[in-house]
Design a binder for this molecule. Sequence first.
Ligand code: SF4
Length: 87
Amino acid sequence: MIHKIEVEASACIGCGTCWVACPQAFKEQDIGDDLKALPTGDLGDQLMMRSAAEGCPTLAIRLFDESGKMIYPTEAAIADLDAASRW
Ligand code: SF4
């Protein structure tokens, strides 16, 4: 179960997928010429949060369970992104 969300600002490209997919948990931050995602501090629907994280093209969203264990991105998702970036 998702208990905490973090967004790696340096990896976020401001595409908006997350705040559209789950506005309860993500919001946009205007940083001048660009946008970045921020956690709202609230949790949304579990499936919507997971879907938002899985839809992030740069894996900038990290999901943690109650014990503090990172449950997303998975090793498989990281490997897939690494493989795609080698094209
Ligand atoms: Fe940033 Fe990922 Fe959200 Fe896009 S989906 S705004 S890259 S955190």
